[in-house]
Design a protein around this ligand. Sequence first.
Ligand code: SAH
Ligand code: SF4
Ligand code: F3S
Length: 486
Amino acid sequence: MTNLITDIDIVDTTQKQNDATCEVKITQNSGLSGRKLYIESYGCQMNFSDSEIVSSILQKDGFNTTDDIEQADLILLNTCSIREKAELTIRKRLTTFNEIKKNKPEMTIGILGCMAERLKSQLLDEEKIVDLVVGPDAYRDLPNLVKIAEEGEKGVNTFLSREETYADISPVRLNSNGVTAFISIMRGCDNMCSFCVVPFTRGRERSRDPHSIVSEAQNLFDQGYREVTLLGQNVDSYKWSSQENNKARLNKLTNSEVINFANLLELVAQINPDLRVRFSTSHPKDITNEVLVTMKAYENICKYIHLPAQSGNSRILKLMNRTYSREWYINRIDTIRDILGQECGISSDMITGFCSETEEEHRDTLSLMDYVKYDFSYMFYYSERPGTLAAKKYEDDISLKVKKKRLQEIIAKQSQNSLERNQQDLGKVFKVLIEGFSKRSQEDLQGRTSSNKVVIFKNQGFKKGTYINVKINSCTSATLLGIIVK
Ligand code: SAH
Ligand code: SF4
Ligand code: F3S
């Protein structure tokens, strides 16, 4: 474990990352004609979802996506700034692109996303091979900016909008398994967690027109998809009203003037009982009992909540400006368990070594983890981000050594709790949506339970996108293993 932590600053102890931050590259789909776009995404699921919007915008401009970087006319890196390590990874990647560009000088290279927004045109000075710098709200301008770059100038647009939601753009699904898809329901964030760069890179929070969300989900279902995940930095504060959004047409979906997150969940769940609905991320201060009751009312709304605590200590939570205390958080957990039962999956994000955190305060995080028994957690050590409230107000005074030691301790705690939670499932039967072959072998299939646990079972010829019942007969801390039953 120790060595692992020196190399990475994110650890997912259990399963494939689908909602927090992740620093891996992904590309896809080969195009046969026209100019070729290679796009690589880093960071949270919203960034991956944005790459699908970008691909759609550029497809209309004659670009087909390719996964062969050597063939590309345009390389785009959709970047993340959440921790220093994330930005260093991008810088390293640019040196590789530099080599490729030496043999193909006409190639255009662009930086999109949060790092583009944070550093703006400064990036052009620092990274000479970059031709384009485009922030998350300026993707509609890409065809124009690419043209500018192709004419030998530098293209920059990091304007942050109060309205842009790309509601009318049908994303080109990249790396799709044809079963599960992500739908962005809002953009930006109005919270000011003191450690976090997102409000600066993504701008003000705005909710997307529910009509376009429901029709995107309906289209996905019609194409054979069986699960959608509604994405936002803080989905529980989703709010849309025809008036506020200055829409001439009336809200056709319900009789109410305002649609909140619980209403939206219900609208998507009603598309078809065979369409599973997930969502991420929930903020402990905003998740309402109405959301929990709506989850209970619909079998197809998955019983899984990603509810990042960040810390188990009230003083640290205050410094983090999370606006809830340990007691408030525990109360939300108790309410989730009361309404949705023990089987509802719960996960968290945790940060160790935040400014001035004492050993005792760190132990509060460990004890919170023991209280909640999270199914899994995304765990990080604190990385100071320039311009954030914490960077301005507090000293980053916990040594890297201590941050990493504490991170190791919470990872060990999580592994133990994940195993315990999985062991509770032994002997039980779960409805599983098949997502495809298991990662290790085509002799096994893999799917998920409603509570978001990965289940592996023998391939008996069932197609992906099918629901089957699986009886769990063994497990690790990361996965459940079982057999198909009637
Ligand atoms: N909107 C989500 C989080 C988005 S960022 C929420 O409020 O929960 C994903 C995670 O990255 C955060 O939950 C936090 O745990 C981690 N993170 C954010 N800024 C960080 C920083 N400066 N150092 C370390 N981890 C950080
Ligand atoms: Fe960052 Fe806090 Fe917003 Fe999450 S809620 S994106 S942690 S500011
Ligand atoms: Fe996401 Fe990273 Fe930006 S986590 S919002 S891509 S800073």
